[in-house]
Ligand binder design. Structure first.
Ligand code: GUN
Length: 284
């Protein structure tokens, strides 16, 4: 029987600390502020943006959200970002991805001032993470590292396997585990003999967006399993990338879906916004 890694509980604890620090910062005349930009009508993105706004309210941040039409031009979006880059009330800016096809993710992300890039997606912030000298950590991998830390699980000397190689999760996840002295293998759709690799792993992070992909026969006894997946089943129920029923009896620790990694992601976004506001305060 595995111990459940309760992301909801860890997130609540961290949000309390963030709220307390926000209160302190407000006494110096600075309220952390986040601007969230959504272009188009992607229903999943609408939910994420709403939750980000709610997260801000919960910890006492100022927030602005921009819901722009699907046919917004790159020029219009870049003008908005430029205005927010120069707005002293705003310490963090994010554009929810994916953007509609006619807009370039890269152009838009790199238009955000690196000091306000609280997703840590820009070239400069990705580069800083690579060399271990970061200002902001990417939210989902940072949330996972925070859960591991809370439960006293270190990557030091462990065989760590990341399934998925996205810029948002897989690649930065591998880097953070490497910085924590793990021996990291990144697996993806072209990986041969995946099961041989996962069965040898001490810690597995699954982020490929395939429902119930990791099954009990693919892991060893005592493995730590982290599920980043958020998939909707035919019946509308939320399910992860891990087949919880077959993995849980073999794991030492496992994250549930929902209530595992999900609540941590927005918490780390709030943490990054707080960090940015504090830096801004130091400069004054
Ligand atoms: N789309 C999916 N995950 C994320 C995220 O962490 N940040 C942004 N901006 N868009 C996303």
């Amino acid at each position: 029987m595995a111990e459940i890694l309760n992301g909801k509980e860890v997130a609540a604890k961290l949000r309390k600390r963030i709220a307390a620090e926000c209160e302190e910062l407000k006494k110096t005349g600075i309220q952390p502020g986040l601007a969230v930009i959504l272009v188009g009508n992607n229903p999943a993105s609408q939910v994420y943006v709403r939750n980000k706004k709610r997260g801000c309210e919960e910890v006492g941040f100022y927030s602005e959200s921009y819901e722009l039409p699907e046919d917004t031009t790159e020029k219009e979006l870049l003008e908005l970002i430029d205005r927010l880059n120069h707005d002293d009330k705003i310490h963090g800016i994010l554009t929810q991805l994916p953007l509609p096809g006619h807009l370039s993710d890269k152009t838009v992300i790199d238009a955000i001032s690196p000091e306000k890039d609280v997703d840590a997606f820009s070239e400069r912030n990705v580069g800083k993470i690579m060399i271990g000298d970061h200002d902001f950590l990417p939210c989902t991998p940072a949330g996972i590292m925070a859960i591991l830390k809370e439960y006293g699980i270190s990557c030091d000397g462990k065989k760590c396997v990341v399934i998925g190689r996205s810029n948002i999760v897989g690649k930065p996840m591998a880097m953070l585990m490497l910085h924590d002295n793990g021996t990291v293998t990144v697996c993806h759709s072209h990986t041969k003999n995946l099961k041989e690799i996962t069965r040898d792993a001490d810690i597995i992070v699954v982020a490929i967006g395939k429902a119930d992909f990791l099954t009990g026969d693919m892991i060893k006894e005592g493995a730590v399993v982290i599920d980043v997946g958020m998939n909707r089943r035919g019946d509308g129920k939320l399910t992860g990338d891990v087949d919880f029923a077959s993995c849980e009896p073999k794991c030492s620790y496992i994250t549930p879906v929902p209530g595992g990694v999900g609540p941590m992601t927005i918490t780390m976004l709030l943490q990054n916004t707080l960090t940015s506001a504090k830096k801004h305060a130091e400069k004054q």
